[in-house]
Design a protein around this ligand. Structure first.
Ligand code: SAM
Length: 193
């Protein structure tokens, strides 16, 4: 295991999941997705960690995250990259996550309240893209906003079952994809629902 992965695992184990939850905190220690209101969930801890490890973050990485949710995954991304651009379409979740992440000292996270299904073109390209809600196909806009030698994690499939894909764009722009897992995420609303 690389030093970077060890550091991430250590950091993640210390990250208090209940801090990112308003209610149902008694379930925070369970390795399960837990409702956070608005028909959304805080993701399963083991999945958050494995997805983030698979993204292979570098200290200089500029990261786009679609679906801020509680901000739990955003914290892990921000702790191991240069900057994170995160988008959430539900106002109360957006506001709570922003407040929480500022409270614990992150200054490298840029927040946007919007439909992020077509990415965030103004700050593209991104070295890494993390999509935490399911799409029916790989959004063309995200492939375009991914930098050369970039990586993206995205769940793609039906509303009940998706393949968790690792997409890689090589230095010439050629796209490769690998199935990492089978997962069940809430849908990414919008163009690719
Ligand atoms: N990883 C997050 C966490 O642990 O708290 C959970 C993310 S939750 C599974 C998916 C999030 O994606 C929800 O907060 C949902 O509102 C958001 N979402 C869905 N469609 C979206 C869209 N088009 N643009 C931005 N956010 C979206």
């Amino acid at each position: 295991m690389t030093n970077q992965n060890e550091k991430m695992i250590t950091y993640f184990k210390k990250l208090d999941r209940s801090f990112f939850m308003d209610s149902l905190k008694e379930f925070a220690h369970m390795d399960e997705a837990v409702p956070i209101g608005h028909e959304q969930t805080i993701s399963q801890p083991s999945l958050v960690l494995n997805m983030t490890l698979s993204l292979d973050l570098q200290p200089h990485s500029k990261v786009l995250e679609l679906g801020t949710g509680s901000g739990y995954q955003t914290a892990l991304l921000a702790a191991f990259s240069e900057s994170v651009y995160t988008i959430e379409r539900i106002k109360p979740l957006y506001e709570q996550a922003k407040e929480r992440l500022k409270e614990i000292g992150f200054s490298n996270i840029h927040f946007k309240f919007d439909d992020g299904s077509m990415g965030w073109i103004e700050h593209a390209p991104y070295d890494r893209i993390m999509v935490t809600a399911a799409t029916s196909e790989i959004p063309r806009e995200l492939l375009e906003q991914l930098a050369l030698s970039g990586k993206m994690i995205i769940p793609v499939g039906t509303p009940v079952l998706q393949k968790l894909l690792l997409i890689e764009k090589d230095e010439y722009g050629k796209i490769y994809q690998e199935v990492l897992d089978h997962v069940r995420f809430v849908p990414l609303k919008g163009k690719y629902e």
